[in-house]
Every structure is written in structure tokens, then in C-alpha cells.
Ligand binder design. Structure first.
Ligand SMILES: Nc1ncnc2c1ncn2[C@@H]1O[C@H](COP(=O)(O)OP(=O)(O)OP(=O)(O)O)[C@@H](O)[C@H]1O
Ligand SMILES: [Mg+2]
Ligand SMILES: [Zn+2]
Length: 717
């Protein structure tokens, strides 16, 4: 397939790119390759001189199909300028004075209004403020931002200039910078959404040292223009820090590979001595090692926090009628709540969004096929309005910091545990109860296996991807604690959590070994008799002794296993097939109408050397023993649950006031104040500005800007 694609382009030199605006070029140590405008189909390989090479795409970019390329901008290729190596003396990190106003604890308190650092934050901040490099692994919502924002502020105050934050989240930069402005921090972003004048204005302010945190997309960091500006800052000692957010994007083993992250080695090579902090919420060991290698963070201190998100309840249900199951789940447990529903294809996203809307749920679609303006609008509405359900492909969600997402659903299975964990991690960032709910069925296994098999990747790469898929499949098939398995995948030991479906409602298991052997021997005999393979439905019909037209047509009622599995239901047999395919004891031939084929792994099951244990068909949420209390539309937020009646009224009035401010500032409401902050204000019933002091989330700037308004709102109660 790769070869066929390679021959379509007819491209010989990079110059032709200009005539094909829908193609662009990517650099690669072994040469260059072209991608189409969707960024997911490399079409031609060129060597460094621009000649077509015999190398297959599979060798060069095995990850392209599996991890998904992103559009990286205009069709231009510019070699990165290199500068002479710096003298060794300039490589050593310079400790800075952290006394007085640049002390981290003071900044935490004064700027962000928080009383204490969380978990490893203090150690990380101290290390980076002192000029050290760091790799930070902390779960979603764990508080990674402060780990670079506080050092940036501290180092700026100590005269070290601007911190550059590299982030792939262009669509979120406006809000991230807005949140810093609200806290009184000078911040700006540079990305493709700015026009030329705005860009120049930011650049000028950056060069004048007026900006503390500058957010930039990775492709920006690699432009000669930006690099020369950084050179100028560096020469003047005004380049204080690089923060590389979502650092897993640098790894082809990660779930969100972005080729443009690869070029970030320039930061280390060209600006040696400027501290770097890389942060991510998901990385298994392989990805972690890859991040270290790719970003040359061998010397960096690693800070690995627990990945656990105890407030998220994991549930994986057997797929029957997925959309109806979803609707029931939302109606029963999350009416009026904000949530995200992940689907595999754009078409499915559209269909599910319509289905939910028809059922009266405030749902919006989001996928890469939608116009950029529509995507931004839907994202903004999701962040700014309450109770929206975003139906999306994986194109949505990275960096989404909406605190009150109450559930994340998966209608289709993701590719691996990292993807699943990152996506589910978007629920419950405020620490309140949240659900991660997934439907999973035979077709998911077949699809995911097929995508790997059919990709043009090299065999080695496919093996890694299969291993990652297998880990997710065994999570889905598991009858023991899901969290223990999830955390175990990230190298963390734990004990049963009491907050997943299997803990709350231990599933019945049954021994499917006999059924598995009968299925496999039926497949074998049918193949022997007819010389061709058949699909799951037909095989199950034979085993259950159903004399269908097709069975008769092929004379399959004569097979010795005909009818010997009459006691098994179709659901049970499907479960067995799913697990056989999941474990590689059976293969599906996608090119031959999804027919079933025996594999090397079948032998052990047939010989009785491997057993098959299955969970009983998982009950639907309606039948769950332990159900959350149904949320009532318009119910007060969990943050306000403990307030008395007057407190609740105050809280609602504060929310209404906050909505107005947020609208005026074109920011999501939680950027002004979190629900928890409003609840604390409502509880305290403040009469003076002093009463507001010490409430978590009210820093000096917010007290100044909003203090008297907040008092005015509270006065009425
Ligand atoms: N020390 C602290 N005290 C109180 N709140 C905190 C503290 N540190 C962080 N937070 C809050 O926790 C929330 C999550 O933080 P943040 O956005 O940095 O998460 P993250 O680790 O970057 O997650 P993601 O992986 O989703 O990007 C924010 O609302 C932040 O204000
Ligand atoms: Mg973050
Ligand atoms: Zn559990």
C-alpha cells in the first residue's frame, strides 16, 4: 500500500511543493517525506537532495497511520539554522536569588491565591527556579501548569526575562493567556490565529522583556524568525525558561505524536543553559524513555506523581446497542451535566450528536473535518456554557481544562491505554465525582487489530502497537479492579479501588474454554471441508445447530461439531470469539470479508493448554447495584452542596455575576473564579475586603479587580 502511494505523487524536488499547496514536507533524519493536507497519508519519500528514494514510507514514518499526522502549516521547508556551539562555561545553570517577592511560596499565594503547593509541585518549582531541567509526570488536572508558571514568574522577577511555553494547544492559548492576565501575570501567545500586526506587537513586547510567559506552538519555535528573536534574548540573558507542555507529543510511542515536536531538540542545542521543563499526564515506560531521549533530558530530574484519579469511576460495558446504551447512561446518571463522548469516525460523531440532540441533550459535534471556525465555536461553547455534551473524535480534548466535566464516554475503543487514560482524565478535574464509561464489543477488537495489520508500518512498530492494544483489551476483558490494572500499566502498584464497575459490582465469571475449543474446531473443520473461511455469524450458527440457508448450501450440517454448542447463547459465543481475537488465538481476515482464521495461538487453546475465562455479560447501567444519585437538571454544583439555604442563594448570585464578567472578558467562567472559590465566598458571607483574604483562588490581582463587586453581590443576602 505504501508503495502504491509512493508512486502516485510524481514529485521529484521540493520546489514542486509550491504548486501543490495541499502537500507539505516533513524533515526526517533519513530524508524527507510528503504528506497530504490531512496530514495522514505520506505520499512520497525524498532523500536529502530531493531525489525520490527507494525507501518505503513504512521504514521512514511507521507511525504516520497509527498516530495520525497533524497539519503543520504552509507548504514550506526550511532547514533549521544552526549556531556555533556555546562555550562550556555558559552551559551551567545559574542559581537565582529567590528571596523576597520572587519566592515561590509568595507567588503561589499572591498571584494564584493558593495556600499550599500540591504534591510534588514545591520540589519541582524549587528545582526549576534554581535552573535545573525537569521531566514532570502528573495526572490530568494534577497542577502541572503552576510547575512552570511559578518558576517563570520567579525568574522574571529576578531579572531573567521571558519563559517560552511550547504547547500544541493553539485553540486554547487564548484562554490560557487570559487566565494569566486575570491573575495579573503578563503573558501572550504567538500562533497562526494572530494577524501580522498582532504578531509583531507580541514580538516587540517579548523583545523588550515585557512578557513573563510566552505561549508558542512548536512549529513556531522552529521558524528562523522566532529563533533569531530567541537568540537576541539569550544574548542579553533574557531567556529564562522553556516549558514543553504535553511532552508525550514528541514520542512516536505516545498516543498523540506530533512530528513538529521532534525539532524541539533545537532548544537544548541552541540554548544550552536555559532550563527546560517537560510535562505530560500520560506516558508509559516506553514513551517516557522516548521523551527523555528525543528531548535530550538525560540529565533532567524526573518527578513522577501517582497517576491515580480516585474521583473517576471506571466502567466498561459490553456493547449491545451502543447509542441507546449511551443515551440511557446520560439520562440516568448525568442529566444536565457537561461531558465528552468519544467516537472513532467523523460520521459517527455527527450521527451521535444528532441522536443526542433529538433526545433533548445539548450535544455538539467536534472533529477534524469540521471547519476550523465551527470547531473553535463548539469548543468555546463547551468551555463557556454549562451542561454541553461534546461528541468528538480524538481531535478534541487535549489540554481542555474545564473543571466540571462530569463524564467521559467512549462509544468505540481507543488504540491503547495511554489514549484511554488521557481522554478519561478530562472528567472530574475539580475533584468531584465523575464517570469514565466505555462500551466495548467484538467489532472494536476486530477494527483495532485490522488498523494495525493494514498500516504500512514496519513489523517492529506493529508489534509495539499490538502490545499496547493487548493491554487495553485485557483491561476491557478484566473481571478484577480496573484501576489496579490502569495504574499497573503505568508502573504503579495499588489495591482494589472500590470505585470501578468491577469493584462495585463484581462480575460473574464463567469458564469459556470448552466453548472456545468448540468454536476453533468448527472453524478448522469448515475450512477443511469447504476450503474457504467463514465469518463469526456462520460459525456460531453451525455450533449452535441452526440449519440456515447458508449452512445447507455448504453442507455444513454434516460437520461433526454441528449443534454441539446448542447450550451457548450467541452473546456468550461472541464473548468467547472476542477474547480469542483479543488474545491472538484467532484472527480476522479483513481482506476476505472479516472471515475467521486460526493462528499459531489457536493450537494451545485447541489442545486444552490455555484456558479462557470470561465475564458474564455486563449489566447495563440501569441494572447496576450501585448507582450514583441521579443528578437533577440545574442542581447546584458539587462545590455548593454543603452550603445552607442562604449560602446557596449567595452562590447562585455569585455565579450569575461571574457569568457576566466572563462574557465581558470573553473567557470561560472558571477562569474568573472556580466554583469552589465561589462556594467558599458564599460560605464566608464576607462584609469587608479582609474577609475575602485567604480564600483559595483569590490572589492579589483578583481581590483588587473583583473584591468590591463580590461584596456588593453578597450584600443582598
Ligand atoms: N497548589 C494548588 N492549590 C490549589 N489549586 C491548585 C494548585 N495547583 C493547581 N491547582 C489547580 O488545579 C487545576 C488543574 O491544574 P492544571 O491546569 O495545571 O492541570 P494539569 O496538570 O496541567 O492538567 P492537564 O494534564 O489536563 O493539562 C487548576 O484549576 C489549578 O488552578
Ligand atoms: Mg496542563
Ligand atoms: Zn476498582
Amino acid at each position: 500500500m505504501a508503495r502504491r502511494r509512493a508512486s502516485v505523487a510524481g514529485l521529484r524536488t521540493p520546489r514542486i511543493v509550491a504548486k501543490r499547496p495541499n502537500l507539505y514536507i516533513q524533515d526526517n533524519p533519513k530524508g524527507h517525506f510528503w504528506c497530504n493536507s490531512l496530514g495522514n497519508a505520506p505520499v512520497c519519500c525524498l532523500d536529502k537532495k530531493g531525489r525520490r528514494t527507494g525507501a518505503t514510507i513504512a521504514n521512514l514514518v511507521p507511525q504516520s497511520y497509527l498516530c495520525g499526522w497533524r497539519t503543520i502549516g504552509g507548504p514550506s521547508f526550511r532547514p533549521l539554522p544552526t549556531s556555533p556551539p556555546l562555550p562550556v562555561s555558559s552551559l551551567a545553570p545559574r542559581p537565582i536569588d529567590v528571596s523576597g517577592s520572587s519566592a515561590p511560596a509568595d507567588i503561589l499565594h499572591e498571584v494564584f491565591g493558593y495556600a499550599q503547593f500540591r504534591g510534588a509541585q514545591q520540589d519541582i518549582v524549587d528545582h526549576v527556579v534554581g535552573g535545573g531541567d525537569a521531566l514532570v509526570l502528573m495526572p490530568t488536572g494534577g497542577g502541572k501548569s503552576l510547575c512552570y508558571q511559578i518558576p517563570a514568574i520567579a525568574r522574571q522577577r529576578a531579572g531573567h526575562g521571558v519563559a517560552v511555553v511550547v504547547s500544541p494547544l493553539i485553540a486554547l492559548m487564548h484562554d490560557q493567556v487570559g487566565a494569566l492576565h486575570e491573575a495579573g501575570v503578563s503573558a501572550a501567545f504567538l500562533n497562526s490565529t494572530l494577524d501580522w500586526e498582532e504578531t509583531q506587537d507580541v514580538e516587540r513586547r517579548m523583545l523588550r522583556g515585557e512578557i513573563t510567559l510566552l505561549y508558542a506552538a512548536p512549529e513556531r519555535v522552529n521558524t528562523p524568525r522566532f529563533l533569531s528573536q530567541l537568540d537576541s534574548l539569550k544574548e542579553r540573558g533574557k531567556l529564562s525558561l522553556f516549558a514543553i507542555d504535553e511532552a508525550h507529543c514528541v514520542s512516536q510511542w505516545g498516543h498523540d505524536f506530533r512530528p513538529e515536536y521532534r525539532a524541539l531538540t533545537v532548544l537544548h542545542e541552541r540554548y544550552a543553559g536555559v532550563p527546560r521543563i517537560a510535562l505530560t499526564a500520560t506516558a508509559d515506560n516506553l514513551t517516557r524513555a522516548d521523551i527523555v531521549e528525543r528531548l535530550q533530558l538525560e540529565e533532567a530530574r524526573q518527578f513522577v506523581s501517582s497517576f491515580d484519579r480516585p474521583n473517576i469511576r471506571y466502567t466498561i460495558v459490553e456493547k449491545k446497542d451502543a447509542t441507546t446504551q449511551l443515551l440511557r447512561f446520560i439520562e440516568r446518571e448525568h442529566e444536565g451535566d457537561a461531558g465528552v463522548v468519544y467516537c472513532q469516525s467523523r460520521k459517527r460523531v455527527e450521527d451521535v450528536a444528532v441522536m443526542l440532540r433529538d433526545a433533548g441533550i445539548n450535544a455538539l459535534p467536534y472533529h477534524a473535518g469540521l471547519d476550523a471556525a465551527v470547531r473553535q465555536k463548539h469548543q468555546d461553547r463547551f468551555l463557556r456554557e454549562e451542561g454541553i455534551v461534546m461528541v468528538a473524535t480524538i481531535a478534541f480534548g487535549m489540554g481542555i481544562d474545564k473543571p466540571d466535566v462530569r463524564f467521559v464516554g467512549h462509544l468505540d475503543m481507543p488504540k491503547n491505554i495511554e489514549g484511554y487514560y488521557q481522554e478519561t482524565g478530562r472528567a472530574g478535574r475539580d475533584g468531584g465525582p465523575a464517570d469514565a464509561w466505555m462500551t466495548y464489543g467484538l467489532q472494536d477488537v476486530v477494527n483495532q487489530r485490522r488498523m494495525i495489520d493494514e498500516s504500512p508500518a514496519g513489523e517492529e512498530f506493529k508489534q509495539v502497537m499490538r502490545g499496547k492494544l493487548d493491554a487495553l483489551l485485557s483491561l476491557a476483558e478484566a473481571s478484577d479492579c480496573r484501576r489496579v490494572r490502569l495504574l499497573g500499566y503505568f508502573g504503579e502498584k495499588s489495591t482494589p479501588c472500590g470505585n470501578c464497575d468491577n469493584c462495585l459490582n463484581p462480575p460473574q465469571v464463567w469458564d469459556g474454554t470448552d466453548a472456545a475449543r468448540k468454536l476453533l474446531s468448527t472453524i478448522y473443520r469448515v475450512q477443511q471441508l469447504s476450503g474457504i473461511s467463514f465469518g463469526a455469524g456462520h460459525i456460531m450458527d453451525i455450533l449452535r445447530g441452526k440449519p440456515t440457508e447458508k449452512v445447507k448450501q455448504f453442507g455444513h450440517e454434516r460437520i461433526s461439531t454441528f449443534g454441539i454448542g446448542a447450550e451457548f447463547s450467541e452473546v456468550a459465543l461472541r464473548g468467547v470469539l472476542r477474547q480469542l481475537i483479543a488474545t491472538g488465538a484467532l484472527a480476522v481476515d479483513a481482506e476476505a470479508f472479516n472471515t475467521l482464521k486460526l493462528t499459531e495461538g489457536s493450537r494451545a487453546v485447541l489442545k486444552g493448554e490455555a484456558s479462557v475465562t470470561l465475564r458474564e455479560s455486563v449489566s447495563s447501567p440501569a441494572e447496576r447495584k450501585t448507582r450514583r444519585e441521579k443528578t437533577v437538571k440545574g442542581a447546584p454544583s458539587p462545590a455548593a452542596a454543603k452550603l445552607d439555604e442562604t449560602g446557596k442563594k449567595r452562590f447562585e448570585a455569585l455565579k450569575a455575576w461571574r457569568a457576566e464578567v466572563a462574557k465581558e472578558h470573553n473567557l470561560p467562567a472558571y477562569v474568573i473564579f472556580h466554583d469552589a472559590t465561589l462556594a467558599a465566598i458564599a460560605e464566608r458571607a464576607p462584609a469587608t475586603l479582609e474577609d475575602l483574604q485567604g480564600i483559595s483562588g483569590i490572589g492579589t490581582k483578583k481581590l483588587e479587580a473583583y473584591g468590591s463587586e463580590v461584596l456588593r453581590v453578597c450584600e443582598a443576602f
